[in-house]
Design a protein around this ligand. Structure first.
Ligand code: AGP
Length: 609
């Protein structure tokens, strides 16, 4: 969960590295550092805290040098400190490297190296790699020394390595942590993800696990760690920098909430055939016949993506009649899941790099399941390791709290439900009804966003409370969880999502005037039961914020505050009901003065287990 940037080319490396780190800060931001080594100019600087601290430390220094690497850290071994910040060097200082991942056998490697006289400066696992390269480099050339080092390392890495004595190259390697190579004209920008590359070039190469690239100004070579040459295609990105910027919003999170009419549109555009009542998911074409035979689905994911899976369970079971289990990816691996060739295991992941989800998919593959991905980041590991899948096309999601990726995931789950349902007993009419209504969703989301000021007022009214209960039934039961997660992770208040029907089995004991509840209460098939749940809370003096269907006047007699959403198909209400909860969380978090894009203790992509 760190950010890596490298540059080799004609320009001065330092400003490019700094700017790249800023784009990657959401991946980790407890310390940062940079190393430049192009033969004449050698430079190493590290700083605890945000990239801005590193920039201040560099100050007015004129840093020449056209080859460099940089890193923004999310500590896994060794507390945030100058010594523990990357880049790490060998004893001589000629080799510098930055690392994202975990070297699981670093203790024994460190002991072996210390026995050979190596002196370590940090408590990190990463520093071991620098000394290992130094040790091998005594007996072989630099590139081979790197390959031999990678063979000794157990665990995950995204690495960028430079050598003062061979300043014409950067060596990068990947195993389990993402690394992307931006191919420019006479220059390369390497980074953990594309948001640090797109302003320089749209041409990128995604490294795969076990691959190493030797990059020079005028060309690159890619090989396996066993030195077999690899031919990799260059992907042309359709994300421009503009899109990855905040576009004038105070926070990425707010921009991404307001992106949702467009991102849902992008998720469904060109993927529905109204006349035939079908979805057209190009990424599933190759497995279409296998999908027809699927008898069970297991969805594996984490966090917000897990909540999307819970909604998908209701959709697929109701409209395609296939049994669905939704599993926390981190738990899936410890179960003995019943999997066979008629089981589809679907990974939902915005980043496509979540270690738990990736491990679950690898396990499912081993057990013979058909593996599918619903992923946002093009070319990410989960996207490449699943048998087939569907990209969200939601564009970069920078805010740590996932918002537009969620509604995009739900949109794709609707299309997947349509695919599976129409392969089975779903009628043409039902398919067409779903398509017609799904097409309206972007506009309906926009109509909710237009009410942002009312939601902001409600947030101001409740931002002092320290506890919230979020309650929902059926399709909106997962939205209760998602709403609670949003406010938890960016406002640091205690919030629990619960099935409304579960309230009387315990949680209602929490309710008093200081413990407000947020009810998902659209006019759906369980509306009456929801109303009686609200009355139970009211009777105990609990305050209520209700998410209700436009025109429902009754609900205003019970709830203290009502946020209305437009009427739509029951299976599509989650796409609308979540939007007020995203805004509520955002406005509560900002009212409390927190940096909602970079909440404490969290990183955007959890690439360690
Ligand atoms: C959601 O707001 C969180 N940032 C987090 O729970 C996230 O959804 C989870 O880590 C899964 O990430 P992924 O979708 O990239 O796999």
């Amino acid at each position: 969960m760190c950010g890596i940037v490298g540059y080799i080319g004609k320009q001065k490396a330092s400003p490019i590295l700094l700017e790249g780190l800023k784009r990657l800060e959401y991946r980790g931001y407890d310390s940062a550092g940079m190393a430049i080594a192009d033969g004449e100019n050698n430079f190493l600087v590290k700083a605890v805290g945000r990239v801005a601290n590193l920039e201040n430390k560099i100050g007015e220094k004129k840093i020449l040098g056209t080859v460099g690497i940089a890193h923004t850290r999310w500590a896994t071994h060794g507390k945030p400190s100058d010594q523990n910040s990357h880049p790490h060097q060998d004893c001589t200082g000629k080799i510098s490297l930055v690392h994202n991942g975990i070297i699981e056998n670093y203790r024994e490697l460190k002991k072996e190296l210390q026995a050979k006289g190596h002196k370590f400066k940090s408590e990190t696992d990463s520093e071991v790699a620098a000394h290992l390269i130094e040790e091998f480099n005594k007996k072989m050339n630099f590139e081979t020394a790197v390959l031999e080092t990678l063979k000794k390392i157990k665990g995950t890495y995204g690495l960028a390595i430079i050598n003062r004595e061979e300043p014409d190259k950067i060596i990068v390697a990947r195993n389990g942590s993402p690394l992307v190579i931006g191919v420019g004209a006479g220059e390369y920008v390497i980074a953990s993800d594309v948001s640090a590359i797109i302003r320089h070039t749209p041409q990128v190469i995604y490294l795969d696990d076990g691959e190493v690239a030797v990059i020079k100004k005028d060309g690159h070579q890619i090989k396996t760690i066993n030195n077999e040459a690899k031919n990799k295609k260059i992907t042309k990105l359709d994300w421009d920098l503009e899109r990855a910027e905040k576009q004038g919003y105070p926070h990425f999170m707010l921009k991404e909430i307001f992106d949702q009419p467009a991102s849902v549109e992008d998720a469904i555009r060109g993927r529905m055939l109204l006349a035939e009542g079908l979805a057209k998911l190009g990424g599933l074409q190759t497995v279409s016949e296998k999908l027809r035979k699927i008898e069970k689905i297991i969805i594996v994911s984490c966090g917000t993506s897990y909540h999307a899976g819970l909604v998908g369970e209701y959709m697929i079971e109701e409209y395609a009649g296939i049994p669905v289990e939704v599993e926390y990816a981190s738990e899936f691996r410890y179960r003995k899941p019943i999997i066979n060739s008629r089981t589809a295991v679907i990974a939902i992941s915005q980043s496509g790099e979540t270690a738990d989800t990736l491990a679950a998919i690898r396990e499912a593959k081993e057990k013979g399941a058909l593996t599918l991905g619903i992923v946002n980041v093009v070319g990410s590991t989960i996207a490449r390791e699943t048998d087939a899948g569907v990209y969200n096309h939601a564009g970069p999601e920078i805010g740590v709290a996932s918002t537009k990726a969620f509604t995009s995931q739900l949109s794709i789950l609707v299309l997947l439900t349509l695919t599976l349902g129409r392969q089975r007993d779903m009628s043409l009419v039902t398919g067409q009804r779903i398509i017609k209504e799904l097409r309206r969703i972007p506009k309906l989301i926009q109509s909710i966003l237009d009410e942002k000021d009312q939601i902001k007022k409600i947030a101001k009214k409740y931002h002092g409370y320290e506890d919230f209960l979020y309650l929902g039934r059926k399709y909106n039961f997962p939205i209760a969880f998602e709403g609670a997660l949003k406010i938890k992770e960016i406002s640091y208040v205690h919030a629990e999502g619960y099935a409304t029907g579960e309230m009387k089995h315990g949680p209602i004991a929490l309710i008093d005037k200081n413990f407000p509840s947020v009810f998902l209460a659209p006019k759906d098939s369980v509306y009456e039961k929801t109303i009686s749940g609200m009355q139970e809370i009211k009777a105990r003096g609990g305050k209520i914020i209700a998410i209700a269907t436009k025109g429902d006047k009754e609900i205003a007699k019970i709830a203290d505050d009502v946020i209305y959403i437009p009427k739509t198909l029951e299976m599509l209400t989650p796409l609308l009901a979540v939007v007020p909860l995203q805004l509520l969380a955002y406005y509560v978090g900002t009212a409390k003065g927190f940096d909602v894009d970079k909440p404490r203790n969290l990183a955007k992509s959890v690439t360690v287990e």
